[in-house]
Ligand binder design. Structure first.
Ligand code: TYD
Length: 208
């Protein structure tokens, strides 16, 4: 019987180099002989990619805070059912660019719904499929936003005011403090290869 794969999620605010690090971490795991599936949120399945368009395009007022949180949770439920759970059951490792902790930090912490309320609606969608390890790329205060502000392609959520993103960063730190076994803060301010080394170190106890 194949044993279940491991589920690792990468998190963080805007502009911490997450997309680059997701690829680099997957490569580092593959170098160790692990079969890795890389995926992302919002998205990662056909239906969830459709919901992604609804969430990230259009004006701020398209969705209220509750509808937005429920749409992220709905996309996540589909992503789990269609993509993540089957891969884990087949023994593959899954590395996801964002997952439930993004909802806890953005919609819960910054969006005003509260982390607990958002945890509850997501628990219904996720079931038992919780990350084994969550790596939060953290930049010294201000750095992330300075970089993201330069990026004119900001979407409906990335383009929110500075205060919103400060609350996101704070919420991620709170989540790491609450669940130190699962959620690890990784300093994202160094050289890319150095950050990747720290990410691998943060999953070292799980490696075969
Ligand atoms: P994306 O283009 O994937 O940005 P990034 O490169 O920062 O990951 O857009 C995702 C945006 O959606 C990003 O601003 C974070 C936000 N988001 C939430 O607010 N809640 C969530 O649950 C998820 C998964 C993402």
């Amino acid at each position: 019987m194949t044993s279940r794969g491991r589920f690792i999620t990468l998190e963080g605010g805007e502009g911490a180099g997450k997309s680059t690090q997701v690829k680099a971490l997957a490569e580092a795991l593959r170098d160790r002989g692990i079969d890795v599936l890389v995926t992302r949120e919002p998205g990662g399945s056909e239906g969830a990619e459709k919901i992604r368009e609804l969430l990230l395009a259009g004006p701020e007022e398209r969705w209220g805070a509750r509808a937005e949180a429920l749409l992220f949770a709905a996309a996540r439920a589909d992503h789990v059912e269609k993509t993540i759970a089957p891969a884990l059951e087949a023994g593959r490792w899954v590395v996801s660019d964002r997952f439930v902790d993004s909802s806890l930090a953005y919609q819960g912490g910054a969006g005003g719904l509260g982390i607990e309320a958002v945890r509850e609606i997501n628990a219904f969608g996720i079931g038992q499929c919780f990350p084994d390890r969550t790596l939060v790329l953290a930049l010294p205060e201000g750095g992330a936003r300075a970089r993201a502000r330069d990026n004119e392609e900001s979407d409906r959520i990335g383009g929110r005011p500075e205060g919103y993103h400060q609350k996101v960063d704070l919420a991620f730190r709170l989540l790491a403090a609450e669940e130190p076994d699962r959620v690890r803060l990784v300093d994202a301010s160094g050289r890319a290869d150095e950050v990747t080394r720290c990410l691998v170190e943060a999953v070292a106890d799980m490696l075969p």
